[in-house]
Design a protein around this ligand. Structure first.
Ligand SMILES: [Zn+2]
Length: 116
């Protein structure tokens, strides 16, 4: 499962932050995931308990913030949503554009640490 590998990176990042904060428990981890990031939200949720098992994140909730992919269209002079990676054209006017402004996100948005 490809999502499991991605989540191991997330766990490492958050464990580092937990270590620096001196806390022992993590309540929740927020992850920003673009619709073209290659990671599926359902698969991420499914892999999460496996990824955190035996780490300091064990028991933490995974909150996903799914980011709709969008291109910048020079003709419309606006961001337009796109659904397919291999068809980067403006859905409104059809102008081809290679400028993907959202959709590749895969990053930790926040980690709720339990300070008590
Ligand atoms: Zn356009």
């Amino acid at each position: 499962m490809h999502e499991l590998g991605l989540l191991h990176g997330v766990v490492e990042t958050v464990e580092l932050a937990v270590g620096q904060a001196g806390t022992t428990r993590v309540e929740a981890v927020g992850l920003r995931v673009g619709t073209l990031s290659g990671a599926l939200p359902d698969a991420l949720q499914g892999a999460w308990p496996i990824a955190v098992a035996g780490t300091r994140l064990d028991g933490a909730r995974l909150d996903l913030d799914v980011v709709q992919a969008a291109v910048w269209c020079p003709t419309c002079r606006a961001e337009q949503p796109v659904d397919e990676f291999f068809a980067l054209v403006c859905p409104v006017c059809g102008t081809p554009t290679g400028v993907l402004v959202h959709g590749r996100e895969f990053e930790v948005a926040y980690a709720d640490l339990d300070d008590s």
